[in-house]
Design a binder for this molecule. Structure first.
Ligand SMILES: [Ca+2]
Length: 238
């Protein structure tokens, strides 16, 4: 390759080791005229190739409709009745007073998945399962509400097996950011399952929003064996 300025080309063709001036380069047969080289589209700015991913995946690497803002469960599959047939409008729930103790805060947009709003009954149970995606980032992040109850949790299923279970510890109405390190499963296919198998009242419900795969989480990732003071804690998978 020639030097972007065309100078190096001349050097290689003859004894002009000291020929920096473009004009004199024209005296050697092999050297393109500098004027022509200079008129071509700025080679100095173009040689950096776009970095190519080092790993390719057989499917999406992001969670479809992770913020539920389509207003539908596109990308998700509800089972049983708790999560309803579509995400819940949190702004509408606030305007109607459909919250446990105080208006919802900490959600994004308008919609979230709730196992309380669709039925108005915290005793309802059900699951919500994401479409499959491939883990390409170090962290899974989301926002959640749910009391500390071993029947309310988010689980990560990797290649068909439960890999991680995240139990809530955030009662009330304020969505709290949760992040967990999933780098151990990079490259693997996964789904997220939100589980409400709690028939208790009044706080047997879970509400989630903003599922996202990222390398730069917004909050300190949970540590295995944490206390739950971060709003959630990792418990042994079943
Ligand atoms: Ca949302």
């Amino acid at each position: 390759m020639c030097d972007p300025n065309g100078i190096g080309c001349g050097v290689s063709s003859g004894g002009y080791g000291q020929t920096p001036t473009p004009g004199s380069g024209g005296t050697t047969a092999a050297t393109p005229t500098p004027a022509t080289a200079a008129s071509t589209p700025t080679p100095a700015n173009t040689p950096t190739p776009v970095p190519t991913p080092t790993q390719s995946f057989a499917g999406p690497t992001q969670i479809t409709n992770g913020d539920f803002e389509t207003g539908t469960y596109e990308g998700w599959t509800p089972n049983d009745i708790a999560f309803g047939t579509a995400p819940s409008s949190i702004t509408q729930a606030n305007s109607q007073g459909l919250y446990y103790d105080s208006p919802y805060t900490g959600f994004s947009g308008n919609y979230a998945a709730s196992s309380w709003i669709p039925t108005h009954d915290p005793r309802s149970t059900g699951t919500l399962t994401s479409d499959e995606f491939y883990i390409a980032n170090d962290y899974l992040q989301f926002r959640a509400i749910g009391m500390n109850n071993d029947q309310l949790y988010v689980k990560l299923v990797v290649d068909g097996e439960e890999a991680m279970r995240i139990q809530m510890d955030n009662p009330g109405s304020s969505f709290q950011a949760v992040a967990v390190d999933v780098s151990a499963w990079k490259g693997e296919p996964a789904v997220i399952v939100i589980v409400d198998e709690s028939p208790s009242r009044p706080t047997g419900y879970i509400e989630v929003d903003d599922f996202l795969m990222t390398d730069t989480p917004d909050t300190t990732p949970l540590q295995t064996g944490g206390t739950g003071s971060e709003g959630a804690h990792i418990v042994p998978p079943n």
